[in-house]
Design a protein around this ligand. Sequence first.
Ligand code: NDP
Length: 283
Amino acid sequence: MKRYAVIGNPVGHSRSPFIHQHFAMQTGIALEYGRIQAAEENYADTVRGFFEQGGLGLNVTVPFKEAAWRMADRLSARARLAGAVNTLWMEDGLLHGCNTDGVGLVGDIERIGVGLRERRVLLLGAGGAARGVLAPLLETGCARLHIANRNPLRAGELRARMAKELPQHAARLTAGGLDELDARDGQWDAIINATSSSLGGGGLALPDGLYAPGALAYDMMYGALPTAFLQQARGQGATLLADGLGMLVGQAAASFVIWHGVQPEVAATLAALRQELHRAAPP
Ligand code: NDP
């Protein structure tokens, strides 16, 4: 049996086993997909041990994405730009790493029916999740991408790093503080929350008037719906609201393609996962 797993700490809550087993059922591929909880000090040994014992692929989650990036012998362009890896596999005896978070996000936004080309996009947050999605967002051809973070220095550093790596996109990429956001600087067609504020159940103190007519509010957090961010967005005029469950399934689908060379159907698995979460914790 082909063996795969997600590695993280904590990892008990991870929905990756459900998602990959659903993809496997759809595509008729026989596989085992487990969860591995590793400690910081034995993370690298655990990864090596998994592959030495015949494991074929790992998804990597918090807090090991940067460690996986450092450990990989070969990085995809996306992983190199993101500075983080969420997908590992062995090829020709070398450990390969990719980052599929951004593809998952952009694919989910397309699935919702929103095109970002020539649109103004506001990305809230400058942590690991924001870093992973920046390059794929720029590649959509958006007119402007602004990173706003609680700590503005971190947003500026991220912008500077990306502008150096992708100079062709630098003019469209700006950065600043969350508390510097002002509707007088223009409205946004999509506002993406990549902060972890929703994890604590709190919203963000965004000024009124940021959402353009027909705008999308996207919260990368998933599970507890509606999040405080999405509730606030609805009150501030956002037309389309989405949580990050579709991104989660989308990044898993991109990992599945890397490992198996087969594209699973994201929408079917997303519907099944949403039903499963609803069954486990009805609103
Ligand atoms: P990090 O810890 O790397 O970054 C956290 C970010 O949130 C920082 O920018 C931080 O700002 C900001 N932040 C935290 N609390 C607040 C607050 N109260 N107000 C304003 N800003 C705040 O986390 P990640 O980037 O890894 O994760 C961010 C979110 O994305 C999480 O909710 C996570 O669940 C989600 N996620 C979803 C995925 C999906 O597939 N749907 C994939 C990956 C992540 P500062 O720099 O100022 O501290």
